[in-house]
Design a protein around this ligand. Structure first.
Ligand code: MSP
Length: 516
């Protein structure tokens, strides 16, 4: 099995400031990327910005600046968000970069050489907000006669010369591909939607525009620019050095293991993209996972409602690792979720401060006080000791299995089962009583707990890198002993190792002081 793992986020439209939806998609990838690195994989994690197209051109015009200056500015906001959220991507593609224009024009040439593109003209509906073409049958007509796409976006009538991609010819091969790769689209319900869309019949796809200029020129025909989705999807191979495919990163990392996307853009990734790739003689990716959408206190998030959630504000209010934890714990990954202030506080105080934080805090401070500030020396283990240790040792299997199907919440649930078991063990063993009655047994109990916490912190690193590192620091686990190779009894804490002074890692939420 290859130990390479290539995963990508969608590239974000630079028409707007980053919001919680953008932070969410990249966070999920970040956690997976970190997990895979800890698990011994050589990871390539790609993100970036989608800078061409009519939507961006219009936003630049509205801001009164030229598109290039506009995209430079807004793209920077996405890199700043990545910094704030502690994202660990290896590369950031901007579609306005030369390396990307080269890749986009090269895939176009391959499609032309293979007879997959022809010139005709398009007349039909287009939604600038979605950068998507719609058929009459997909639209809803309002009382005032305006037509809207299923996404709610307004559509306009477009008539212009256009190149077309022979998508209709790919229906059978796509269906065969889905059948041969049952896990290509996850979750299953989304897979069924795509299958029924494709079996409903595919039409050739307009892949160039002539009525505006902000895009990658079609090779050999400057009157056209490439359709922004063909341009944007190609970023996934730009990131691994396409058109160089025989050597280098493309040979090493392609096909991608995972394209993470929101449910709204699944069709582009699960239908158009594999068809473009196969038609260009390239392998399709291994998986597309479509996650759900967040609402804000039960309401759809939209600029017009003024309820957009700013990730920077969340991090300031609750703390970075708290937000990272909440977003992946609150909702079974793949489902829609609701961001509620109270739900955030409940998890922050209950699961982080009380369950995890308290466990670490009370074990470490009892150890500091009663064991000369060093890892205690255990005596022989009882059944209860073995039960807890084995639960901690066995956790990686459950967590790995969940991560392999992007079930972030399931992985966290499994980790919290052991946290709760450890808290139950503390209560049952009552080491504070043993401190007075049986020092040797107390040392064993605190050792079992410290070793359990070492496992928990190793496994929470991908989700909460800072907090987990602080717990591992307090257990004096060396920085080069924090990968999953070091899980298990063979690498158990060394009795007698000096421990730094303990400190709390997960504060409780404090309501801000009301202004007078
Ligand atoms: N530029 C395209 C993607 C091209 S990829 C080749 C695009 N960009 S986007 O900025 O509009 O959206 C990026 C991601 O943010 C999508 O995966 C989308 O699902 C996600 N979200 C936007 N709003 C969201 C929520 N309210 N909740 C969760 N995710 C949401 O589409």
């Amino acid at each position: 099995m290859s130990n390479r793992y290539y995963l990508t986020t969608p590239i974000y439209y630079v028409n707007d400031a980053p919001h919680i939806g953008h932070a969410y998609t990249t966070l999920a990838c970040d956690v997976l990327a970190r997990f895979k690195r800890l698990d011994g994989f050589i990871v390539k994690f790609l993100t970036g910005t989608d800078e061409h197209g009519q939507k961006v051109e219009k936003s630049a015009a509205a801001a009164g600046i030229d598109p290039k200056a506009f995209t430079d500015k807004v793209s920077q906001n996405f890199r700043d968000l990545a910094e704030t959220m502690n994202f660990s991507h290896d590369d950031f593609v901007r579609t306005t970069e030369d390396r990307h224009k080269l890749a986009a024009q090269e895939i176009w040439k391959r499609l032309v050489e293979r007879g997959e593109i022809y010139l005709d003209s398009y007349s039909g509906w287009y939604a600038v907000r979605d950068e998507a073409f719609y058929t009459e049958g997909e639209l809803t007509t309002g009382p005032d006669g305006t037509k809207t796409a299923p996404s709610g976006a307004e559509v306009e009538w477009v008539e212009e010369p256009s190149y077309f991609f022979r998508l209709s010819a790919w229906q059978d091969r796509l269906e065969k591909f889905y059948e041969d790769h049952p896990d290509f689209i996850l979750p299953k319900t989304r897979r069924n939607e795509v299958l029924s869309f494709v079996s409903g019949g595919l039409q050739d796809l307009s892949v160039s525009r002539t009525t505006f200029k902000w895009g990658v020129p079609v090779p050999g025909d400057d009157a056209h620019i490439m359709y922004v989705w063909l341009d944007a999807l190609t970023n996934y191979i730009t990131g691994v050095g396409f058109p160089e495919i025989e050597t280098g990163e493309f040979a090493e990392f392609w096909p991608a293991n995972l394209h993470m996307v929101g449910k709204d853009i699944l069709r582009f990734h699960a239908v158009y993209w594999p068809a473009f790739l196969m038609a260009a003689g390239l392998e399709p990716p291994k998986r597309v996972f479509a996650h759900g959408w967040w609402t804000n206190e039960g309401e759809k998030i939209s600029k017009s409602l003024g309820n957009v959630i700013d990730p920077l504000e969340l991090v300031e209010t609750f703390g970075l690792d708290q937000v990272r934890y909440f977003l992946l714990r609150e909702v079974p990954f793949g489902n829609d979720g609701d961001f509620a202030h109270q739900a955030m506080i409940n998890r922050m105080n209950g699961e982080l401060a009380n369950d995890y934080g308290n466990l670490a805090q009370r074990v470490l401070s009892m150890t500091a006080k009663n064991c000369d500030g060093a890892v205690p020396k255990p005596g022989s283990f009882t059944g209860a000791d073995d039960a807890l240790l084995n639960a901690a040792y066995g956790l990686i299997d459950t967590v790995r299995e969940a991560m392999d199907v992007q079930a972030f919440h399931t992985a966290l649930e499994a980790i919290w089962t052991v946290i709760r078991a450890a808290n139950g063990y503390v209560d049952a063993q009552a080491p504070w009583k043993l401190a007075k009655e049986d020092q040797e047994r107390m040392a064993t109990v605190l050792y079992v707990l410290a070793e359990t916490i070492r496992h928990l912190a190793l496994l929470t690193q991908a989700y909460m890198p800072d907090a987990s590192a602080r717990i591992l620091d307090q257990l004096a686990v060396p920085e080069d002993a924090r990968t999953f190779e070091f899980l298990g009894a063979n690498h158990a804490l060394e009795p007698g190792t000096a421990l730094p002074k303990p400190e709390g890692v997960f504060p409780r939420y404090q309501e801000p002081e009301k202004e007078a």
